[in-house]
Write a protein that binds this ligand. Structure first.
Ligand SMILES: [Mg+2]
Length: 215
């Protein structure tokens, strides 16, 4: 199925990096400090969205401009402090290796900030698999549509030669806007039912995707 493509654009958080439970923990710390009700992982997966400002509002946080800047800094401070305790999903390196062996090039397109993204991909020793690692120039996890547009132009491939693999509806939105195909993996930041509502092909895990593609 993936063999018909020339390039895979991977999302990072929740697709290659298993950081969902970690992110829920950080949010619950922020909520506790404000005497707000904590959220479960299941609830999180049903309400998480991009831009994250919308999700922050859904959990009861004040998100006017000044507050949102402070909240973003607080979240990222905690995230950066302990991010290396997160693991890659099972089989990530194996999948990247197999895809490369099939002759496809690969990149990362993330709403995570560029420097931190470079650093963590390097930490996991994965940099060598990608001909592009594209993040945002800020910490506010807004939209990655623009960098996606720039990146697909830079790639110089025909649109039907590229597939984006992610874990959220924002990945599907980005794929649609840049003209790439898309598949989603329901093992990250949004629930399977939320993803399936978009009509996009959805897998339960990277391992399942690998199995079905017999890499
Ligand atoms: Mg993601």
């Amino acid at each position: 199925m993936l063999n018909k493509y020339k390039h895979i654009i991977w999302d990072w958080n929740g697709t290659l990096l298993d950081d969902t439970v970690f992110c829920v923990g950080i949010m619950n710390g922020m909520l506790t400090r404000r005497k707000l009700k904590n959220i479960s992982v299941n609830h999180y997966k049903n309400i998480f969205t991009f831009p994250v400002r919308t999700y922050y509002a859904k959990v009861g946080l004040q998100v006017d401009d000044d507050q949102f800047v402070l909240l973003s800094k607080e979240f990222i401070y905690e995230y950066e402090l302990n991010k290396l305790n997160c693991r890659l999903f099972d089989g990530v390196e194996e999948v990247l290796q197999s895809v490369a062996a099939c002759g496809l090039s690969q990149s990362i397109l993330s709403a995570y900030s560029q420097n931190n993204l470079n650093e963590i991909v390097k930490h996991f020793n994965l940099t060598k698999y990608f001909n592009g690692i594209k993040g945002l120039d800020n910490i506010y996890a807004g939209s990655k549509v623009e960098i996606g547009r720039q990146w697909i132009e830079e790639l110089g491939l025909k649109k039907n030669e590229v597939i984006l693999i992610g874990d959220t509806l924002h990945d599907k939105e980005v794929a649609d806007k840049i003209g790439a195909d898309c598949i989603l993996i329901a093992n990250g930041h949004q629930a399977k039912l939320v993803l399936q509502a978009s009509g996009v092909q959805t897998f339960n895990s990277l391992s399942e995707l690998k199995l079905l593609n017999s890499f």
